[in-house]
Design a protein around this ligand. Structure first.
Ligand SMILES: *Cc1c(COP(=O)(O)O)cnc(C)c1O
Length: 229
């Protein structure tokens, strides 16, 4: 087995065990491979081992890899911070966006989503860790943002996403993910997606209802930011 293949098998086993412990169907937890900073060859290898969904944070890097991997059937998720001048390319080249945290960005994505493509799947990123985090809308702003986004054409509001402050304390991990689940269930929409949990805390996220876990390091190994400005 290749290293990536082994790592995928390990992460799948963690997902299965966490789901079973929570009396959830393991098939209800999607594994999003976070491939930022990884070369196209690593994505190709992961795809050969059954991975279909890939998450990217940096637009230019993602577009280059998409062009290189155009022969594969992959589903691309944008999960990084979004600047206004990047929305058109995101609307054109991704199936999901997990990191929408303000209306202006959602409006631009709605306007710029090509009509021949299916609606763009949207998760609203919520800041569940208070002042320590800069990304994500405040929980108090969420109901208004969700109502506005739900009405936009060419978008499909699927659910919520969070990146809680990293913690080694399982209680803190659970509390942050439970918060996101509660915020979601308080919204008057039929939402089916909770994008939460990464390499170090996916068990807690699955226990609290994650439907996508976004996993980078545990699948591909440590990231090398050396060439990044
Ligand atoms: C990098 C990243 C991940 C993956 O993190 P790992 O700790 O490597 O699993 C998940 N979500 C987002 C938004 C990220 O930027």
């Amino acid at each position: 087995m290749s290293t990536i293949e082994e790592m995928i098998a390990k992460v799948r086993a963690r997902i299965r065990e966490a789901a079973q412990a929570a009396h959830r169907d393991p098939a209800a937890v999607g594994l999003l491979a976070v491939s930022k900073t990884q070369p196209a060859a690593a994505i190709r290898q992961a795809h050969a081992s059954g991975m279909t969904d890939f998450g990217e944070n940096y637009l230019q890097e993602a577009l280059a890899k998409q062009a290189e991997l155009g022969d594969l059937e992959l589903t691309w998720h944008f999960i990084g911070p979004i600047q206004s001048n990047k929305t058109r390319a995101i609307a054109e080249h991704f199936a999901w966006v997990h990191s929408v945290d303000r209306l202006k960005i959602a409006q631009r994505l709605a306007e710029q989503r090509p009509a021949h493509l299916p609606p763009l799947n949207i998760c609203l990123q919520v800041n569940v860790s208070g002042e320590v985090s800069k990304s994500g809308c405040a929980p108090e702003e969420l109901p208004a943002l969700a109502s506005a986004v739900a009405q936009l054409p060419h978008l499909r509001l699927r659910g919520l996403m969070a990146i809680p402050e990293p913690s080694d304390d399982p209680r803190e991990q659970h509390a942050a993910f439970a918060r996101l689940r509660q915020l979601q269930s308080a919204l008057p929409f039929d939402l089916d997606t909770l994008s939460m949990g990464m390499s170090h805390d996916l068990e807690a996220a699955i226990a609290e209802g994650a439907t996508w876990v976004r996993v980078g390091t545990a699948l591909f190994g440590a990231r090398d930011y050396g060439t990044r400005p």
